[in-house]
Design a binder for this molecule. Structure first.
Ligand code: AMP
Length: 359
């Protein structure tokens, strides 16, 4: 059992984006302080946190000082160097831990892990040269998608491989030394489940939600997903199984495809709060952010009960200019991230619209 951190303790957060910001806001409500560690300036999370250390993730001295200044550490994006997490973990606890991050930072390791614990994914193979892509494409079938093994997000670092496409050209377009090739899934819809797991192994999930993307970026989340009860139950079971087997301490987004045959295939794991869980702030008893705070502070898990149905719309790029209209809309919950500069494809905020619960 972890020690219970009393209010006024300090939570360190690696990363300073909107996920860190909303975590810090949930922490503040429960009386905790946050200390952000990130290399960038003008961070959304720093605006609402007690302290920020602006330093590189390989700055050993800054990491050590940070670790001594906080009572526990969590993270808001998964590409924190594992070495930084290990260093800090010598001084104070980091949740989720280095082993979880190492798996989730690498699409090859992640898919290998999922398949090993019996979780279905699209057919895939690890590849690093054109001959291997050709062989894998013959086995997997085309169309397929070539993705960089590391540091990909929002569709970056991936290209489609259609019949007739040249594997060497696809590899150089991705431009990564190690890739995975995976079968392009003809999905009926994309869903995700947020799962939370405490140090003592207690697990909670929120209902499966449907995610709609525009240009590979999440645009809208519909809660709950309009799938059969059997698919929703299967998706939640899969998320619980993954959280238990990976030894998660924290919250995790499990992204999945639902096929036309109602099979559930896992696409990706995000061991942190996830954009598809933002609706939980306004529509559930406990949000994904409060749950993360509870977990890292050793408090009991909160109820994930959904009191309303919800549609969450991301405000991307200049969609944020709609804020006056959204504010004027009865019942619309507007969340802005405090980003000074609007850029195309940049997540500037989101709006959640609640509806009475249907089932
Ligand atoms: P990812 O970066 O893996 O989360 O992929 C971003 C988006 O690309 C997904 O949400 C899907 O819309 C699409 N995508 C990724 N992998 C596949 C796949 N194997 N089959 C079909 N669509 C995919």
């Amino acid at each position: 059992m972890s020690r219970r951190l009393p209010p006024n303790s300090t939570i360190g957060i690696f990363g300073g984006g909107q996920l860190g910001r909303m975590t810090a806001m949930a922490a503040a409500r429960l009386g905790y302080r946050c200390h952000i560690f990130a290399p960038e300036s003008d961070l959304p999370a720093s605006q609402v946190s007690a302290q920020t250390t602006r330093a590189a993730y390989d700055d050993a001295e800054a990491l050590e000082t940070f670790a001594h200044a906080v009572d526990v550490v969590t993270l808001e994006f998964e590409n924190i160097p594992v070495a930084a997490v290990r260093r800090v973990n010598e001084i104070t606890s980091v949740h989720p831990g280095a082993e979880v991050l190492a798996i989730c930072q690498d699409r090859g390791l992640e898919k290998e892990f999922l398949n090993r614990i019996g979780v279905a994914t699209a057919a895939w193979a690890e590849v690093s040269d054109a001959a291997a892509v050709e062989t894998a494409a013959s086995a997997i079938g085309r169309p397929a998608i070539l993705k960089s093994a590391r540091f990909g997000y929002d569709g970056k670092g991936q290209v489609a491989l259609w019949p007739g496409d040249d594997p060497a050209a696809a590899l150089s377009a991705v431009g990564a030394p190690r890739c995975v090739l995976e079968r392009m899934v003809e999905f009926a819809c994309e869903i995700s489940v947020m799962v939370a797991r405490a140090v003592d192994g207690a697990i909670a999930t929120w209902p499966a939600v449907e995610n709609r993307h525009v240009r590979h970026i999440l645009d809208t989340t519909i809660a709950p997903a309009q799938v059969s009860p059997a698919v929703a139950m299967k998706a939640e079971q899969v998320a619980r199984h993954i959280a238990a087997e990976i030894g998660l301490v924290g919250v995790m987004g499990v992204e999945m495809f639902v096929t036309r045959e109602d099979d559930v295939l896992v696409n990706e794991l995000a061991p942190r709060p996830h954009n598809s869980g933002h609706w939980t702030i306004d529509a559930c008893d406990t949000s994904q952010f409060e749950q993360l705070v509870r977990i890292v502070c050793g408090l009991p898990l909160g109820a994930t009960h959904r009191h309303s149905d919800a549609v969450m719309k991301n405000l991307i790029g200049d969609e944020v200019d709609l804020w006056p209209e959204i504010l004027a809309e009865p019942g619309a919950r507007l969340h802005l991230y405090g980003k000074a500069e609007t850029r195309p494809d940049r997540k500037m905020g989101h709006v959640t619209r609640l509806k009475p619960k249907k089932r």
